[in-house]
Design a protein around this ligand. Structure first.
Ligand SMILES: [Zn+2]
Length: 137
């Protein structure tokens, strides 16, 4: 499986990180970590920009993380017009790892506050497509 089943609109078909989508199907949101310098990456990078001969390994993002910033989108971009309103956010998940994701629509907008605990969870979209979102930890 590749990225053709990822997200509502997929911009990538060929990628060295295609296993990311397989992990989503298994119920896991994964990042990568450089075996040489230990830097963690999300979205996953298969090559560490700091280590020319680096090898990376897959690491599950378990959390919980902490909400850093968020914004509610009222007018979605092309392909997402029908989704609005939805809330996008950045969460911090330890070791400086920042994750950008939507926040679940199950969390009411008035409940969303910086510092709240989040987990990042695989979700199924229509048409057997896969993505991930922040849910309450
Ligand atoms: Zn590295």
């Amino acid at each position: 499986m590749g990225f053709e089943t990822f997200g509502k609109v997929s911009f990538t078909s060929e990628t060295k990180a295609a296993a990311f989508v397989d992990y989503l199907a298994q119920g896991k949101v994964m990042g990568t970590r450089c075996k040489a310098c230990g830097t963690a990456y999300f979205p996953p990078k298969m090559d560490c920009p700091s280590c020319p001969d680096s090898e990376t390994e897959w690491v599950e993002i378990t959390g919980p993380g902490k909400l850093i910033a968020y914004s509610t989108v009222h007018y979605g971009p092309a392909g997402f017009e029908d989704d609005a309103p939805y809330t996008i956010a950045v969460g911090e998940f330890g070791n400086g790892l920042h994750i950008f994701s939507r926040i679940s629509k199950d969390i009411k907008v008035e409940e969303i506050k910086p510092g709240m605990k989040l987990k990042v969870v695989p979700i199924k979209l229509t048409g057997d497509r896969l993505s991930y979102e922040f849910q309450k930890a």
